[in-house]
Write a protein that binds this ligand. Sequence first.
Ligand code: ITT
Length: 205
Amino acid sequence: MQLQALLATSNPGKLRDFAGAAAPYGITIANIPHFSSLPEVVEDGATFEENARKKAESYSLAVSGELVLADDSGLEIDALGGAPGVHSARYAADEPHNAECNTDDAANNARVLRELKGVSEQKRTARFICVMAVARDGHTLHTFRGAAEGIILDAPRGQHGFGYDPLFYFPQIGKTFAELSAAEKAQYSHRGAAFRAFLEWHREA
Ligand code: ITT
């Protein structure tokens, strides 16, 4: 069955990742039209799944009858007790002295590096998690989870990707996620895995 689904994200890095994951299947993934004009969903869930469902359900109401995909994702660092986790997008902004500031990728990465200062390589294990929800007309039909295991470097490497990609070293290929094209990243990433699980579900639906 030909796939027709719209993505709900404000993050251009995620859109690029999904496009990279979809391209080998001849599928084009586009954002919901005029996404930035829709009221923002408050991501106050305690888990990736709660937030992913909330985003997919809310935004699907804007495009009646369409399948809508949303992901909630983040980085879990073992030495930090699983932080930043569901707070990944606003990790630096969550610091008390930054409470009024917008967070950005560079500030988030700087906070991670600061908190891991002095932690040995063996203890810098981490994983990216992506939970993707698919919804139609305000109801979640299914959720899909993907994970990627890696090591947090002590300095950024690579120019591609977004977020924590320059710090996330993937031992299997000896590169950070920021050293990969969108298509390469999709082969190994949490988002690529969740997207492939979605495709399988869609094929059987
Ligand atoms: P939307 O909610 O609009 O989709 P967002 O960026 O706010 O965009 P999340 O709430 O899911 O999305 O936050 C995910 C954050 O986790 C993201 O901003 C990055 O900081 C980090 N992250 C998730 N996946 C990543 C990846 O593949 N590479 C690097 N960082 C990632």
